[in-house]
Design a protein around this ligand. Structure first.
Ligand code: FES
Length: 171
């Protein structure tokens, strides 16, 4: 019976050990960036695009724009937060519901219906005197260069649900 057992030299032992430990550390370092890169993609859709019950009954929507506020949970990668949202809601002359974003298309301030006594029947932006008509189109000659975004909406069980605010299509 021959003894084939080869003794491991000190140099080989160090090589195996360092290679193993180095590989283990490299794999550990790669896991976190890979997860960050891939995981958000694999997650199911966020609240964006989903319709939210804004607690306004269809019967309570009049021809006068009224502001509705609500909150949504937002997930951005691993960061979860509560985001406040608002809309100006009314029924137009055809009794169709209109839901406008209050975010000014100039530099993002918040507009209000009849926010200035000087401009009745207009959405008013106090930051640079921006004006919009009731349908949300910008008044020419004022800073905003586009109309207010329009929320997707639907009625379910008599309640108003709002989705994503979409930019208007260029004429
Ligand atoms: S941000 Fe509204 S007019 Fe400038």
């Amino acid at each position: 019976m021959s003894e084939d057992k080869q003794p491991v030299s000190r140099r080989q032992f160090l090589n195996y050990t360092l290679t193993g430990v180095g590989g283990f550390m490299a794999a550990g370092l790669m896991v976190s960036p890979l997860r960050m890169a891939i995981d958000p993609v694999l997650q199911k859709g966020s609240e964006e695009g989903e319709f939210v019950n804004v607690q306004l009954a269809e019967d309570d929507i009049t021809n006068e724009p009224q502001r509705v506020d609500w909150e949504v949970e937002q997930v951005d990668g691993w960061y979860e937060s509560t985001v406040s949202k608002s809309a100006w809601v009314y029924k137009d002359d055809n009794d169709d519901i209109v839901a406008l974003s209050p975010i000014c298309k100039h530099l993002g301030c918040v507009v209000s219906w009849e926010g200035s006594d000087e401009y009745p029947e207009r959405f008013y932006c106090p930051c640079h005197d921006g004006l919009y008509y009731k349908d949300g189109e910008n008044v020419p000659g004022t800073p905003p260069t586009a109309g207010l975004d329009v929320y997707e909406h639907k009625i379910d069980n008599g309640m108003l649900f709002l989705g994503k605010a979409q930019p208007r299509e260029e004429a």
